[in-house]
Write a protein that binds this ligand. Sequence first.
Ligand code: FAD
Ligand code: SF4
Length: 328
Amino acid sequence: MRPFQYSKARALSDATQLASDASTMLIAGGTNLIDLMKLQVETPGTLADINSIGLREIEETGDGGLRLGALSTNTETAVHPRVRSDYPVLARAILAGATQQLRNKATNGGNLCQRTRCTYFTKPDQPCNKRDPGSGCGAIGGVAKLHAVLGASDQCIATYPGDMAVALSALDALVEIYSPDGSNRTVPVRDFHCLPGETPWRDNVLEAGEVITAVTLPPAVGGTQLYRKVRERSSYAFALVSIAALIKIEGGCFTRADLAFGGLAHKPWHDPRIAEALIGQAPSDELFDLAADILLENAQGHGDNDFKIPLARRTLHAVLSQAVEEAA
Ligand SMILES: Cc1cc2nc3c(=O)[nH]c(=O)nc-3n(C[C@H](O)[C@H](O)[C@H](O)COP(=O)(O)OP(=O)(O)OC[C@H]3O[C@@H](n4cnc5c(N)ncnc54)[C@H](O)[C@@H]3O)c2cc1C
Ligand code: SF4
């Protein structure tokens, strides 16, 4: 690890001021950032510790939703009574990630900003447009088992590795962001992460010096809420494919079908056409096939990860079938 300065932010304004310096990085739980510093993938001149600026509350919003402080830990969030009762898809997604020790340190803001697990990205001697713009992409034509089948570009085929954001995308949650000029802005989770395009180094829409302050959940949504994560081991592994689902069936037909997918793209994948196809229809294998056709219309494998395309189809069938069974 390279030497770095350490600075403790005492207030939100300190944090934004410190982070406005391009060589400074914010540190929350440190469970992703410190690993990347040890590998010399991240080499900040200064670490600005934001653990003393508050933002730990989980509180009701005026409209009956829930505001999750950016510095609440993943554990505090997953075990919160309102999360467990009204947003079980979120609790399940968080608990499907990492380990208990990691979740005790990992924060909600840090979780949203975690970086890809592409092995070329984590090895500074390998070409990687995300780590070293213009150096090429080792994964294209290389080892690409974990990589994207949707929304990739010829610059980068990495996936976003997190679980929590997939559930937040299905829930249509909002990310609250505080900017260095003192203003606040709100971005839907569905628009927070970026596709690689021509700027693969850009993971999300945060601008220099901006700090995530909270994630806001809509009022309780009800329905059947599922999170299914397919991985190589039953724990301590990132998703090959994951699906967060909020399903309602009334009068024998889908009346709600909010689905988001992990492991398939550079961001949690949400395609509104899937809900449009399902809503108003009675469940059937043919309908589930149609939903999978829509999801995978433009899917493209890269050899090693071709298996993700049929796996996503089968997982979607399984999730929809389970939701129908539970809703009955
Ligand atoms: C072995 C292992 C297995 C894991 N398995 C999973 C898994 O299965 N599923 C999963 O989802 N995750 C998994 N993780 C990732 C883990 O969830 C993340 O490391 C963690 O959530 C990051 O949170 P943190 O608070 O520690 O972030 P940090 O490491 O402190 O920060 C991560 C990034 O976020 C930025 N940041 C932090 N807080 C803010 C903020 N408020 N505003 C703006 N930027 C901010 C930092 O500057 C940094 O760039 C795993 C991690 C490890 C080490
Ligand atoms: S897939 Fe993206 S992160 Fe991985 S080597 Fe290519 S450019 Fe880097």
